[in-house]
Design a protein around this ligand. Sequence first.
Ligand code: ZN
Length: 306
Amino acid sequence: MAERLYFSLSIDCEATQPAIADAALGERASRGFAEVLEGRGLRGTFHVLPGDIEAHGDLYRELHARGHELGLHVHPAADGHQEFLGVYGPDDQARILRQAADRFSQVVGFPPDNICVGYLSTNDFTYGVLHNLGFRHGTTSLPTRVLPECASVHAGAPLDVHYAHRFNRVLVGDLDYVEIPPTIDPDSRMWGGRHPLDLRIELVDAKNHWYTIDKAVRRQVQQAVPVKVIRAATHNTFEYADPRDFRRQTLGAVIEHAFRIAETHGLECVAATGAEIARAYRAAVPRESTAASLSLDRRGYGPQQK
Ligand SMILES: [Zn+2]
């Protein structure tokens, strides 16, 4: 049996946040995104801002009933806080996230167990806070990103799926929280070199995404990564319901690329939600085996300094 490549498509639903404030566009985009996926038999992960889920509860309940995954998306500024979660201490983070999670639960009838934090703005308190609140997987990092102005610094964070560390956001740990980072090309830099090219549908065209996917798959095969993942992301701020829309066409092409590239590497491409990836990871990698034990390579220090 061929080894699997899990292919995840996620969308941050945030059309009601103040910078966009277009709930109708959000509804069209989320519906169109689901349509593109379902047309190919796929299901996605919708990370939804409380404002969006309150505006279109029927839509998101329906998407959940159709097999898509719902999780929480948070932009603290949408609820009157500072814009970036990563500037807050643990108590404030817990308060902001709990309020958002409560509003989500009110609409869909269950608490979110997965999350995508806006701007991936986190600090070393965040994973512990998320775990304490009942989150068990999510996208909380963007490896190699260095954007201190957004409190979003993830240089040195793992490229692949892993258990988070309770006290350090860039270490692999043994927290019962599975981090699913977005797929990136660490060598292709943008924004002054402080950000990698990532698999965000709207960032570049399908041709450029092809190279990012192929390179990420090749690396995971070479490094024998236990659970191989391609995670693409987008936002519900584009006209995904319109077949002539460039982003919709890019999304369709990225899906085709993922399946074709998996085949060329001898892998079976399996479309998966975050929950399915987290389950596969838990089955493949026991939590006790990953507790960080750090060691410095001292071979160059010389015998007298051992
Ligand atoms: Zn967002």
